[in-house]
Design a binder for this molecule. Structure first.
Ligand code: GLN
Length: 485
């Protein structure tokens, strides 16, 4: 039996009765087992997945229909899943099984999706290579000696390796887009607030946003339509109707003006990637778009601003892990202070500890104005740059990451070089803008991603542009060759 690889393909095959959800779910479970060395999943929920698949098959037989009925998907292990282990890639939460589902998990389940398991990630979503996971690094299916990107590396590698057709991810400074680029898939970070953060383990609350990771823009549109929407339990979720993303995929790109971020196509970008990006821009031109160079003068400060703001918010959010209420607790504490200190020192990994310390420092009296307030002012300037860009263009294009996947261990000892992996993605995060990455070619056998950044709530046009690109090119269909054990 050959199974469709995309969500859209599986929806129509399941409806046509070509195979059952149970067969499709078994296929994925076998493949996950056979490709275990990629380490994409922290938890595989085989039993409950098969039970959910059988329920989906009976519901279909009884004449019910739901948008994703019987389609197997995976969730990043940052989304709370009722009675299922939810670790956020940390030892701190090694035994945490939440009593409730995140809004995103709930919505996808109500749409009929079958959860295969929880995907690996950098601890508390801090990282760009998945090497910060307590559960070990994920391997890039295109070259297992390389990283898949991070922090949603498990989700990206799982989609690329055919271990699920779609997965959820979260993006605070690039964690959906950068791993999507390094694994050759499509990943969308929606507008801040488009998707509820309720039940998503918090890293930096003013930046965190959930989104779909899929092979195609069509699948991302299908997933986002279900994930998006206002939620009374998330006061920052946006109360604006969710458009039908699928039906607007064909809105022509012709007549639109696309800005090329000149600041991104400069020093620091790998030359082979630059060529692929230039080729992709020509495809948009052939679709009838007008190309215009755009300057974003303050985006070069986005990495420093982010590495003040994100750790500050993280230090506050992560103070709840005290060894008392959640997860890991040290052995034989001598006093309450010893319990806090050792539980946090033993339960939390080095990168996360570093950020907690930086955040506590920049928020402390005497330094707040010099660092935190200043970073917020820079954030405003960056937002204004995007605002004036969008007075001139419909959306912006540029690279997603400075180079294709790097080797495991290559940057582990060099924080600055690791932080610079997000140099092209953080701007849209600070400004709360929707942005997606899609594959536009290979460089030395490794995928290259193109980033599209849109106006607030303009996901439909971003997805439309990506879909039309994918209708005329085949890069999204390129698959890594994998040895199945
Ligand atoms: N790589 C960035 C960081 O380490 C972004 C992570 C993310 O988007 N969650 O913070």
């Amino acid at each position: 039996m050959t199974y469709a690889e995309t969500v859209a393909g599986q929806i129509s095959d399941l409806a046509a009765g070509k195979y059952s959800s149970e067969e499709l779910t078994r296929h994925y479970l076998q493949r996950i087992e056979a490709l275990k060395t990629l380490n994409c999943y922290i938890t595989v929920t085989s039993e409950s997945a098969l039970a959910a698949a059988r329920r989906a098959d009976s519901a279909r037989a009884a004449g019910h229909s739901l948008p994703l009925l019987g389609v197997p998907i995976a969730h990043k292990d940052i989304f709370c899943t009722r009675n299922e282990l939810t670790t956020a890639g940390s030892r701190m939460l090694y035994n945490f099984a939440p009593p409730y589902d995140a809004m995103v998990v709930d919505k996808l389940e109500k749409a009929g999706a079958v959860m295969l398991g929880k995907t690996n990630m950098d601890e508390f979503a801090m990282g760009s290579s998945n090497e910060n996971s307590f559960y070990g690094p994920v391997r890039n299916p295109w070259d297992v000696t390389r990283v898949p990107g991070g922090s949603s590396g498990g989700s990206a590698a799982a989609v690329a390796a055919g271990l699920c057709a779609a997965a959820t991810g979260t993006d605070t400074g690039g964690s959906i887009r950068q791993p999507a680029a390094l694994c050759g898939i499509t990943g969308l970070k929606p507008t801040y607030g488009r998707v509820s953060r309720w039940g998503m383990i918090a890293f930096a609350s003013s930046l965190d946003q959930a989104g779909p990771m899929t092979q195609t823009a069509m699948d991302a549109a299908l997933m986002l339509g279900i994930m998006a929407g206002v939620d009374p339990r998330d006061s920052t979720s946006i109360d604006s109707p969710v458009p039908d993303y699928v039906s607007s995929l064909e809105t022509p790109v012709s007549g639109m003006t696309i800005g090329i971020c000149e600041d991104f196509m400069a020093e620091g970008l790998d030359t082979a990637s630059e060529v692929r990006i230039a080729d992709a821009i020509r495809v948009f031109e052939s679709l009838g778009a007008t190309i215009k160079p755009i300057r974003l003068p303050h985006v070069r400060y986005s990495v420093p601003a982010y590495y003040v703001i994100a750790p500050a918010e993280a230090s506050a959010n992560l103070s709840r892990y005290d060894g008392v209420r959640f997860g890991y607790r040290c052995k034989d504490p001598a006093s309450l202070e010893d319990l806090y200190k050792r539980s946090r020192s033993e339960g939390i990994g080095p990168e996360v500890q570093r950020r907690i310390m930086v955040g506590a420092f920049t928020l402390s009296a005497g330094f707040y104005d010099a660092y935190y307030r200043k970073a917020q002012q820079v954030r405003r300037l960056i937002s204004n740059d995007f605002k004036s860009a969008f007075d001139q263009v419909d959306f912006l294009v540029g690279p997603t990451s400075p180079q294709p996947a790097f080797r495991l261990g290559e940057k582990s000892d060099d924080q600055v070089s690791m932080y610079l992996q997000d140099i092209y993605t953080i701007g849209a995060s600070l400004a709360g803008l929707p942005a997606l990455s899609m594959p536009v070619g290979l460089a030395a056998g490794l995928p290259v991603g193109l980033q599209l950044i849109g106006r607030h709530l303009d996901e439909a046009r971003l997805l439309g542009a990506a879909h039309q690109f994918q209708s005329r090119t085949h890069w999204h269909e390129a698959r890594p060759e994998l040895e199945i054990s």
